[in-house]
Design a protein around this ligand. Structure first.
Ligand code: GDP
Ligand code: MG
Length: 381
């Protein structure tokens, strides 16, 4: 598979811009990074190589005042430029903190532009702290619904959970640590896809995963160093707050694991990590994993987990197809296709009217997928 995967990360609004700023230094060469905002001052502070101010004629560069309707109008004004940014990309990750005006209002249209351009789209969003109040929660929930309609997958992270996970009490430090954790997660995903390692987590596998796990994913990330780093990372992931002490992993229908290390990453460590993770998953969970060995990295390993609650057998494309080959079927009726996938997902496992139509569905397992792939042991090149 020598094909180069073209990746773009876009941060929308204040939080989105700060989060992608944490990802940018780590994805040099692997992904294009852009920040999009209505707020000129926030955009100025964003550490992204490409910056796009939207809706300037409406907002005067002063932001939306927390109104998602203003964010929606702002993005419409600058849609042609956004289309250029996402043009010819295979994979677009759009990041925003939901609850404000710009990210909540503009995110769905940006994801749609990327999807219309033929990219696989993943939105990574935070939900407001409980203390931010009901109005922001409502704005965030509405934006989440809108983005779920258009994105291939949405990774949702509650800010309350992030703060708990990072253990920071001070507000600024808590946000910084949260942004860093999300930024590292996003950059790790990009690096895994852009430079697949000996055990590949390539674009085709990601696509397969994302198109089956229709809907919402949770995210966990761990970094560890030292002699027992594999065990430390595994414990951090499977017992930490991000996966609710392992509860989310145990309930998962599909899990993606990406391991990034240096040349000193040992086969034994990968085995140890995967064994510890698999021990916390249901036996029929669809597991997909890959490694990336970074030549300059030493001592630390990073492990990313995406955990999906649902798995639909109605996949659009087989896992082995090349990235570009799905462009055609994606261009029309996307939301209708998503609807039917959701419905199928709810029918599983295997009873009811779809049983006879899809003879390969048995107890929620896709038997057309070879066992080595279902169990995440794919070693193909
Ligand atoms: N994790 C994280 N969340 C943030 C940060 N800043 C704001 N938020 C959250 O994101 C929501 C939207 O805020 P913001 O991004 O400033 O709004 P926007 O610029 O209008 O899109 C807020 O309600 C917070 O819950 C940040 O730096 N990190
Ligand atoms: Mg803002």
């Amino acid at each position: 598979m020598g094909m180069h995967t073209s990746i773009c990360i876009i941060g929308v609004g204040g939080a989105g811009g700060r989060i992608v700023g944490h990802a940018a230094p780590a994805v040099l060469g692997a992904a294009h990074v852009a920040a999009v905002n209505t707020d000129a001052r926030e955009l100025d502070q964003a550490r992204a190589p490409v910056k796009l101010q939207i809706g300037t004629a409406r907002t005067g560069g002063l932001g939306t005042g927390g109104a998602p309707s203003a964010g929606r109008l702002a993005v419409d004004d600058d849609l042609p430029t956004l289309r250029e940014i996402v043009a010819d990309k295979d994979f677009v990750i759009v990041v925003a903190g939901l609850g404000g005006g710009t990210g909540s209002g503009a995110l769905p249209a940006i994801v749609r532009a990327a999807a219309d351009g033929g990219a696989l789209t993943v939105a990574v969003v935070t939900m407001p702290f409980a203390f931010e109040g009901a109005k922001r929660q409502g704005v965030a929930r509405e934006a989440l619904r809108a983005v779920q309609e258009v994105a291939d997958a949405v990774v949702v992270m509650a800010n309350d959970r992030l703060a708990e996970a990072t253990g920071e009490a001070g507000l600024k430090a808590a946000f910084d640590r949260a942004d860093d954790l999300l930024g590292r997660s996003v950059s790790t995903l990009c690096n895994l896809i852009a430079q697949p390692g000996y055990i590949k987590l390539d674009f085709a596998k990601l696509q397969h995963m994302v198109q089956h796990c229709d809907g919402t994913c949770s995210l966990a990330f761990a970094e560890a160093s030292g002699a027992d780093r594999a065990a430390v990372a595994a414990t951090g992931l499977m017992c930490g707050t991000l996966l609710e002490g392992g509860k989310l992993a145990a309930a998962a229908k599909a899990v993606l694991v990406g391991i990034v290390g240096g040349p000193d990453l040992a086969v034994r460590e990968v085995g140890e990590l995967m064994e510890a993770i698999q021990a916390g998953l249901a036996p029929d969970c669809n597991l997909c994993m890959g490694t990336h060995v970074h030549d300059e990295r030493r001592d630390t390993i990073q492990v990313l987990m995406l955990v999906a609650e649902s798995w639909s057998q109605a996949s659009a494309a087989p896992a082995v197809e090349a990235p570009r080959s799905v462009k055609q079927p994606r261009s029309g009726g996307r939301s209708r296709q998503k609807q039917s996938q959701t419905t199928l997902g709810l029918q599983l496992p295997g009873r009811g009217r779809f049983r006879n139509v899809e003879p390969t569905l048995l107890d929620g397992e896709d038997l057309d997928t070879p066992t080595y792939q279902r169990r995440g042991l794919a070693l193909e090149t």
